[in-house]
Design a protein around this ligand. Structure first.
Ligand SMILES: [Zn+2]
Length: 73
């Protein structure tokens, strides 16, 4: 699994896993460190949190919906 994109931002999947508390400690530290000085990823994180809150009742569709939403954005 990749935590950072080629442009050195956090991937949607990593942000989703971060919000759902599914990242290993190592990845979590990397994500938190990056978020502390990257406004772009903090904005992305906010959007991911919104989607996960909205879709909280259907975990099996979360990744698919998230990818669709992020691609369309
Ligand atoms: Zn970033």
């Amino acid at each position: 699994m990749y935590v950072f994109t080629r442009t050195m931002h956090i991937t949607d999947h990593a942000l989703g896993a971060f919000v759902r508390n599914e990242l290993s400690e190592d990845y979590r530290d990397q994500v938190e460190e990056h978020l502390s000085d990257c406004g772009y990823c903090r904005t992305q994180l906010g959007e991911v949190e919104q989607f996960i809150t909205i879709l909280g009742q259907s975990p099996s569709h979360q990744d698919f919906m998230l990818e669709t939403a992020m691609t369309a954005a």
